[in-house]
Design a protein around this ligand. Structure first.
Ligand code: GRG
Length: 329
């Protein structure tokens, strides 16, 4: 999957500079740390968050100039927090694959994966600190929110009575907060007017909600190959996401689905649960909710001038829903 801002004229060259900066930032005097910390950077990733920082920074620019080095560094700080959280998430889930390559924990073990994840957060904080106290404080608070979102998820694992409200609070912390900060940091670094900065932050938050719901829908409907990791993993981990919670409200399948949702779920039961959820009204309800957040994201941009970056952000929120709808056939 490509970066969703692909229509932005300068994106390709700005993302190339981002790759160089990411690798340079994680370079350590301890060569083994460099190797472990650069593993998932080299594996790729869509770089959605650096892309959002860049697009936000240039949202008032009618021509689409290359990003400044500070904007590139702001985007890298956010991406490094994201990658650090993936290192830790893969330890928690005992994951074997990430970004279509062996996960860091599978390659080097949990202890090294945790340390390298911490190291990435340290490097991200150094970058943010060089951009000023507001950016540094924002990134620190975002890390806090990621942890809160993740612990809410853990707290309700294997609970089919998990509420939609708890689900939304969890994804707001673990995913949407970082996308909101990517946009806000781009705007702060280029000193955009406060109302524009606030609108872009709202854009990132709403987009982030839609993004995670789509990710959760894809876990039910997409293949291992499409995801670059095993599909249906959330069900094995006891993470009952929006399509699952709404499927449990569909009387036609709920009685068969509910007993499958346990710690002892087998691969065959997971496959059956995915079939049931796909056939339920829960999937389309979740897609509608995602569409609502994507529309809200687009709505935050209506007062902005019609620049290349504003158009790219708007297109990104439209693409999200298309991406989730394709595997539905
Ligand atoms: C150490 C910062 C830190 C946090 C600890 C583990 C944890 C708390 C939070 C994990 C949060 C998490 C993994 C959220 C999921 C975010 C998500 C949607 C990941 C997939 O993002 P994409 O699609 O992936 O942008 P690529 O690989 O393209 O970057």
């Amino acid at each position: 999957m490509a970066n969703p801002l692909a229509i932005l004229p300068e994106l390709e060259s700005d993302l190339k500079r981002t790759e160089q900066e990411l690798l340079q930032t994680v370079s350590s005097g301890v060569s083994f740390m460099t190797e472990v910390a650069s593993h998932l950077i080299k594996a790729g990733g869509k770089r959605v968050r650096p892309g959002f920082a860049m697009a936000s920074s240039s949202v008032l620019d009618p021509d689409g100039k290359p990003a400044t080095m500070d904007v590139i560094r702001g985007g890298c700080a956010v991406e490094l927090v994201h990658i650090g959280s993936l290192y830790h998430d893969d330890v928690m889930d005992d994951a074997t694959t990430r970004r279509s390559v062996k996960s860091v924990n599978a390659e080097w073990g949990n202890l090294r994966a945790i340390l390298a994840g911490d190291y990435l957060l340290g490097r991200a904080s150094e970058l943010a600190a060089a951009l000023g106290t507001e950016v540094a404080g924002l990134l620190a608070n975002t890390i806090t929110q990621l942890c809160e979102g993740q612990i809410l998820e853990l707290e309700t694992a294997y609970n089919p009575d998990r509420t939609v409200d708890i689900y939304e609070r969890s994804i707001s912390g673990k995913t949407a907060s970082l996308l909101a900060s990517a946009c806000r940091i781009g705007a702060l670094v280029n000193e955009l007017p406060r109302p524009v900065t606030d609108s872009l932050t709202e854009f990132g938050l709403s987009y982030g909600m839609a993004f995670q719901i789509v990710d959760d829908i894809l876990d039910i409907v997409a293949t291992d190959e499409q995801l670059g990791k095993p599909a249906g993993n959330d069900l094995l981990e006891g993470i009952y996401t929006l399509p699952v919670l709404h499927a449990l409200g569909d009387d036609r399948i709920a009685d068969e689905l509910r007993p499958l949702l346990t710690r002892d779920i087998t691969s065959a039961q997971r496959d059956r649960a995915r079939e049931l959820i796909r056939a339920s009204s829960g999937l389309l309800t979740a897609l509608d909710v995602a569409r609502g957040w994507a529309d809200k994201a687009a709505g935050t941009l209506t007062d902005l001038p019609d620049t290349p970056a504003a158009r790219a952000l708007r297109a990104a929120s439209d693409d999200l829903i298309v991406r989730a709808s394709i595997p539905l056939g």
